[in-house]
Write a protein that binds this ligand. Structure first.
Ligand code: NAD
Length: 250
């Protein structure tokens, strides 16, 4: 039977794209929630969870810990697209994944997930001592977190390839008297403007060559289609933490 899909953040940009793509995939939109008192079909996440088979969640970082607890209590599987959450939120997500299937991705586009896999391979192949890794992202002017979740995922992929932890080598937003670039650093720069859906560029620059991976999302439908594909894949799986790599077999 086609699963009933609940949408957390249904009044938002991604929520509206999800309504279209859930229907296009032949699944049922069970309704959704927005910011408390600002629209949606249910009063809160628990009521939504009780009325559907799976929740797709594109809201705001401040909701993540509460949604993790509510969905685990309701035993409702969770596809999480919200970005910008903290280490404490990550622990809440991991705790929920003990009880329900959880699939989280900073970016649901199949192309970006392929780029992430390639970024890890390049990180492993290109020595940090001679190839400087830098990540540039640009998004629409309404975006509230920086660097983007996808930029951070790219940094984590390079760091994993290099056998280091991103937090130990990350350099975000250079400004003023920064001093020279440290060897092994992974640098981030964030641009904001207009209605850019999402652009990311990862470069490895050495003395005599530069290698780059670039991805441009032209339409947020690409994220919505990926999230619906993830939801249909997740439906019926055992509790655990999954990623788009599992869905795409990367
Ligand atoms: P948006 O501001 O247009 O929509 C946010 C939605 O969340 C709205 O419906 C709002 O009412 C709801 N919301 C906010 N606070 C809430 C709360 N406390 N309880 C319930 N609902 C709440 O934002 P958007 O552009 O749709 O992006 C939403 C999130 O998805 C952001 O974190 C963004 O970075 C992320 N995103 C992820 C991907 C991906 O592929 N993983 C792609 C695009 C956007």
């Amino acid at each position: 039977m086609n699963p009933r899909i609940g949408i957390a953040g249904i009044t938002g940009r991604m929520g509206q794209a999800l309504v279209q793509e859930v229907a296009a995939a032949g699944a049922v939109v069970a309704g959704g929630i927005g910011r408390p008192g600002r629209g949606g079909d249910f009063p809160d996440i628990s009521a939504l969870a009780a009325a559907c088979d799976i929740v797709i969640d594109f809201t705001q970082a401040s909701t993540v810990a509460g949604h993790a607890a509510a969905l685990a209590a309701a035993k409702t599987p969770w596809v999480l697209g919200t970005t910008g959450f903290s280490g404490a939120d990550e622990a809440a997500i991991a705790a929920a994944a003990q009880k329900i299937p959880v699939l989280a991705a900073a970016n649901f586009s199949p192309g970006v997930n392929l780029v992430l896999a390639l970024a890890e391979r390049l990180g492993a192949a290109l020595p940090a001592a001679s190839y400087d890794a830098e990540i540039l992202e640009m998004h629409h002017r309404q975006k509230v977190d920086a660097p983007s979740g996808t930029a951070l995922a790219l940094g984590r992929a390079v760091a994993a390839g290099r056998g280091v932890t991103l937090e130990n080598v990350m350099k975000s937003g250079r400004d003023g008297q920064t001093g020279p670039r440290a060897t092994g650093e992974i640098g981030f720069a964030a641009l904001r403007g207009g209605q850019i859906v999402g652009s990311h560029e990862l470069t490895f620059t050495a003395a005599a060559e530069q290698i780059g991976l670039t991805h441009h999302a032209f339409d947020r439908r690409v994220f919505a289609m990926g999230a619906v594909r993830a939801a249909l894949w997740l439906h019926g799986r055992p509790p655990g933490f999954y990623t788009m790599r599992d869905v795409l077999g990367l």
